[in-house]
Design a protein around this ligand. Sequence first.
Ligand SMILES: [Zn+2]
Length: 87
Amino acid sequence: MAKAKNFKCPECRGKLFEEKNSNEEAISTCLKCKNDIPNYIGFRMDYMTFDDALEEWWSLKREKEEEEIEEVVKTYVSEDEYRKKDY
Ligand SMILES: [Zn+2]
């Protein structure tokens, strides 16, 4: 648990975070809403303002939701195929 004045969660504006290292990118978990926030968004690296970070966060979330929807569609299709074989 750490506190840095420049971390700001784009989801709930929380300032407390826990560092989490994945192989691919540096991520911090917001201790308030438990979202995993990529560091470049949470710490607003380089040019980013908080508004930029929010925009980036929302587009990330949209991508993730679209991936989840695709997963559901895939599952649905395979169940459908499974049933066809069964009956
Ligand atoms: Zn948060």
